[in-house]
Write a protein that binds this ligand. Structure first.
Ligand SMILES: [Zn+2]
Length: 135
């Protein structure tokens, strides 16, 4: 199925928005490390699901070198947060959920609801006459 270029596939979103250290002081935005969703997914696949980097790159639909770079960035950010006592926020990233595809019955376009709108409309013609592609 065609999809916009440079988007990385993820299976799930983080269950939470992030973490703060136990003694975290409020209103200190500079004390946060931002981990984007493709970095989150890289850590989840390799360290939680115990996949090899080769397997994880296939799951995310990206090359092995690209995966290795994303994963290295993610690990570096986690290490920075742990070592420097910073909070972690999960946000951003060029990703789409593999389970969130729709088909427009009006213009026959396929599109991904990457903004996770509750009642999505066709991104091409604006029609709400759509079907979910999720089985
Ligand atoms: Zn349409």
């Amino acid at each position: 199925m065609a999809r916009p270029k440079n988007l990385r596939r993820i299976d799930t979103h983080p269950l939470i928005k992030g973490y703060t250290p136990i003694d975290f002081k409020k209103n200190k935005q500079h004390s946060l490390v931002i981990i984007n969703l493709e970095e989150y997914e890289a850590i989840r696949l390799c360290d939680y699901e115990s996949m090899s980097q080769e397997e994880a790159s296939l799951v995310m639909g990206i090359s092995r070198p690209t995966f290795t770079r994303i994963y290295a960035h993610a690990r570096k950010k986690v290490a920075k947060a742990f070592t420097e006592g910073k909070g972690i926020v999960f946000e951003g990233g060029r990703v789409f959920l593999d389970s969130d595809w729709y088909y427009c019955k009006e213009c026959e376009a396929s599109f991904n609801n990457y903004l996770h709108i509750a009642s999505p409309i066709c991104t091409l013609c604006g029609s709400s006459n759509i079907d979910s592609c999720t089985e």
